[in-house]
Design a protein around this ligand. Structure first.
Ligand SMILES: [Zn+2]
Length: 348
């Protein structure tokens, strides 16, 4: 009997030890390596580019912000009347994910946790610690986001980066281009895109067949300049005189669309549809791991930062033909602050 009890004891201990061995280490590791949406995280690409957004902290929902701040944010999310990019907009939901990433919180925009994180950020940036989202706080965040783009940093110094020779570009596969478009990128940028797209697919955030397809990559400066002069509408610097797409590192990606809009329409309803998509949420938190940074006004426009820009020329030395007329862009075109140097301009 005593032998039987002893045997049972050993058996229980052995099973317990085995269970601990199986569950403990791998369980702990798995929970650390999950993204905000529960998707497994890929290996870091810190050797390519440093992470550009912080990993999200858990939302601490009961943490108190300033009194009433959460309610104010919940209301202003869809009612704030402002002009963050020069044209009137209502609400700030389009930018809420990017703001949350800046704050390092996964809390929803109308929550106490978000308000508390915002109050901390405001205090750290010498703004009134209200916990309430407002134009002044956004204006303090915007330069940080612009300056995460090497292209904007170079533009700020009056330089337009050089364009790669076409034979130095890689061609995307037909199924990677949207609508059968031929897409060229610098080879390493294309590789990074493919890695990111595979991870997005694995994370289950590609809900539409077109999701994450590229509809614009490298655009030759000459062709852009000719169109600029022909159409007499360059949108200033942004589209044609010095577009980020000349670098072979910028991509316009299909994120999502509102009914009746194209993937590059800057109509607020369309940008809001993108901002609400699981894909954009995933991109905001994860694209930095692959070296991509976003121009926040355009949820579709991403620039790869894994290789240096090519030596450039002074912007003042480039043809300004067609740039003198700044007309309001048609609905469905890229916006008045699109795709490029606008970041540097709007900051000044
Ligand atoms: Zn673009």
């Amino acid at each position: 009997m005593r032998l039987l009890l002893w045997g049972l004891g050993v058996l229980v201990l052995a099973i317990g030890a085995f269970w601990l061995w199986v569950v403990w280490p791998s369980g702990g590791e798995r929970s650390e390596r999950r993204g905000p949406n529960g998707a497994p995280e890929a290996p870091t690409v810190a050797e390519i580019a440093p992470p550009l957004v912080a990993a999200p902290a858990l939302c601490v929902g009961r943490e108190a912000g300033a009194p009433g701040a959460a309610a104010a944010n919940a209301a202003s999310l869809s009612t704030l009347a402002w002009a963050p990019f020069g044209k009137p907009e209502i609400g700030w939901e389009i930018y809420a994910l990017r703001i949350a990433a800046e704050l390092g919180t996964s809390c929803a925009a109308g929550s106490d946790g978000f308000a508390a994180a915002l109050a901390r950020w405001q205090a750290a940036n010498r703004l009134p610690r209200t916990g309430v989202m407002d134009a002044a706080t956004f204006a303090a965040m915007l330069p940080r986001w612009h300056l995460s783009r090497p292209f904007v940093r170079l533009n700020r110094d009056g330089i337009c980066p050089g364009a790669p020779a076409e034979d130095a570009l890689a061609m995307a596969r037909p199924e990677e281009g949207h609508g059968g478009k031929t897409i060229q990128l610098r080879p390493a940028a294309l590789e990074a895109y493919r890695w990111m797209a595979a991870e997005a697919r694995a994370a289950g955030v590609l809900h539409r067949p077109e999701a994450l397809r590229i509809y614009s990559g490298f655009r030759a400066p000459d062709a852009d300049a000719q169109r600029c002069a022909r159409d007499r509408n360059c949108q200033g610097l942004t589209r044609t005189i010095c577009s980020a797409h000349r670098t072979g590192l910028a991509v316009d990606l299909f994120i999502d669309t509102a009914p009746g809009f194209g993937p590059d329409s800057s109509a607020d309803a369309n940008r809001l549809a993108m901002a609400r998509s699981p894909l954009y949420r995933w991109m905001v938190w994860n694209a930095g791991r692959f070296g991509f940074v976003n121009y926040v006004y355009e949820p579709w426009h991403w620039e790869w930062t894994g290789e240096p820009l090519l030596p450039g020329t002074p912007i003042a030395s480039l043809s300004q033909d067609g740039a003198e007329r700044l007309t309001e862009p048609a609905e469905g075109s890229t916006a008045r602050t699109p795709d490029a140097a606008s970041g540097a301009r709007s900051r000044r």
